[in-house]
Structure formats: C-alpha cells, structure tokens
Design a protein around this ligand. Structure first.
Ligand SMILES: C=C(O[C@@H]1C=C(C(=O)O)C=C[C@H]1O)C(=O)O
Length: 284
C-alpha cells in the first residue's frame, strides 16, 4: 500500500528527515513530496498526502482529520530565529498600517494576528504575498516572513524594526510556541498502522541521530545551501525544540483556545495523539 509523506522544505524540520533511511522506506512503498507548509497543509487536508509535517494551525483547523505523531514538533520557548515581523514602525504603531503576510505560512500568520489584535489591540490591513522581502517592504509598512526566507532577510535587513514571534509569544504567555506538528491522517493510521509506526520510528531515529552528532551534518549542509556560518546554524538547531512535552502541549492548547476565541477556528480541538502500540492515546 502506498504511503505519501509531506516534507516541509524549510531547514527547521530537517532534523526529523535528514537521517531517514529513504531507500528502505521507498522499497516499502513510502513516497515523499516536498513543499512549503501552506501547500502541504492543503495536500494533507484533501488526502493527497497521508502523513508528515503540517502547520499547527492546520491541525487546529481540522483536528478530526488527523492524529499527532507522539513527542514530535517544531517549537521554541522564546526566540525561534526564523519567524520575524519586519516593520518600518514600532509594532505598537501598526494600527491601520499595511502588513504583508507570507503565503507560505499558516501558523505564524495566525500567531501574528493574535499578537497584534489580541495582545496589542491593533488592527492593521493585511494582504497575502509571495515571500519576497524587498517587494513586500517596498509596498507595505511591515511584512511577516518565516523559515529560510526570514533567516535570509534578517541577515540583510538594516534600519527596520524586527520582531521574533516566538519571543513575543513567550513574553505574553510564558509558554513555548509550537509551529509545526508531525501528523497522520486518521483513516491512514487506522488502515495502515504498521507503516504509520514505521514512519514514527524513523522520524524519531533521524532526530536522535541529529542530536547525538550535535546537528553537525545538518549544520554543514545548511551553511552550504543557504550561506551564513556553521556557528549560526548550530545555534539555530540547538535552540529549536523538537519534542512535544507537557509544556509544548500547554502552549498548543492556549494557541488553540485563543484561535477559537478570536473565531479563526470553529471548534476548540481535543488534541489526539497517535501511539504505535495502542494506535491512539487519550486527548489532552
Ligand atoms: C519555525 C518555523 O516553523 C514553520 C512555520 C509554519 C507556519 O507558520 O505555518 C509551518 C511549519 C514550520 O516549519 C519556520 O518556518 O521558521
């Protein structure tokens, strides 16, 4: 039976993918589709992809469609270093300002809306744009970028205000923020628990291998692919959190509650985690 995995192209999720045993997995019927988060969210939603990395906002919007793969996420407690609001004015002066949102994101776009509207009491005018820093800043007062686009822009941006959304969330809530989850479509997990288990095991194995080697292979690959120093990339990977412990779940639950209260989602999800031995663990 085929089993299609979505792989976010941003560097931040690579620890879960870098050391996958792809040849063995491909022989067993696994295939991979690489793209940006917003695209993979849509493919997971309509069933073209069975499992993989999705925005936590996608999970929050359609919780009945997915199980979360246990103990995996892309999170940060404080600075995330790759999700920035760049602005010509201080954040408190963005009322009625024009803010460009990257079309690649779902979580960060809604996180920014919560931070601006709910925390700061500010209502800007949003537009969604392809992630192009120069174009966005030429045509708007501020812009939101994520992933490798944000890292590159932060490296070159001068003379503008720059806000790390992980830091803003932590200062507001005291909790980590979870940007991406590893999830599986429910019917796939139920119909093919053995492949779901294999994927889950392989993702954990890759993450463990990255941690045990101090993210060395990924650090070198990221520096070669994207520039910036290996010191930057090592600090970037060490700073992100890849687990989904009680603290991350508390942050995720709060994010979902705020999304629900602000009517960005229609129900507050009961978070359901898939576990290999029992297929499903209780909600939280
Ligand atoms: C940390 C990041 O998290 C990403 C942010 C996402 C979003 O905003 O929807 C989705 C997946 C994550 O890989 C990042 O891209 O910088």
């Amino acid at each position: 039976m085929s089993f299609t995995i979505g792989e976010i192209t941003y560097t931040n999720i690579q620890p879960m993918f870098h050391f996958l045993d792809r040849p063995a997995m491909e022989q067993r019927g696994f295939t991979f589709q690489k793209s940006i988060p917003s695209e993979l969210n849509g493919r997971m939603r309509d069933g073209r992809i069975d499992a993989g990395g999705i925005s936590s906002f996608e999970y929050a919007s359609n919780p009945d469609a997915y199980y979360i793969l246990k103990d995996l996420s892309v999170s940060s407690k404080g600075d995330v270093r790759s999700i920035f609001l760049f602005s010509k004015r201080p954040i408190g002066e963005l009322n009625d300002a024009s803010v460009a949102l990257t079309s690649s994101s779902a979580t960060s776009v809604h996180l920014l809306k919560l931070l601006l509207e709910r925390r700061e009491g500010i209502q800007p005018v949003y537009s969604t744009e392809e992630p192009d820093f120069t174009y966005m800043m030429k045509n708007h007062d501020a812009c939101l970028l994520i992933g490798d686009d944000a890292i590159k822009a932060a490296d070159s941006a001068e003379g503008i205000y720059q806000y790390d959304l992980g830091r803003l969330w932590f200062d507001w809530t005291g909790l980590p923020m979870t940007y991406a989850l590893l999830a599986v479509r429910r019917e796939k997990a139920e119909n093919d628990p053995s492949k779901t288990e294999e994927l889950h095991r392989q993702l954990h194995r890759s993450l463990r291998a990255c941690r045990e080697t101090g993210f060395k292979a990924l650090t070198e690959k990221s520096a070669a692919d994207h520039g910036l120093t290996t010191t930057f990339w090592e600090a970037y990977f060490q700073n992100l959190r890849y687990e989904l412990n009680d603290e991350e779940l508390d942050g995720l639950n709060l994010f979902c509650r705020l999304l629900y209260e602000e009517q960005y989602i229609s129900q507050k999800p009961e978070i359901e985690v898939w576990e290999s031995d029992r297929h499903r663990m209780g909600s939280r």
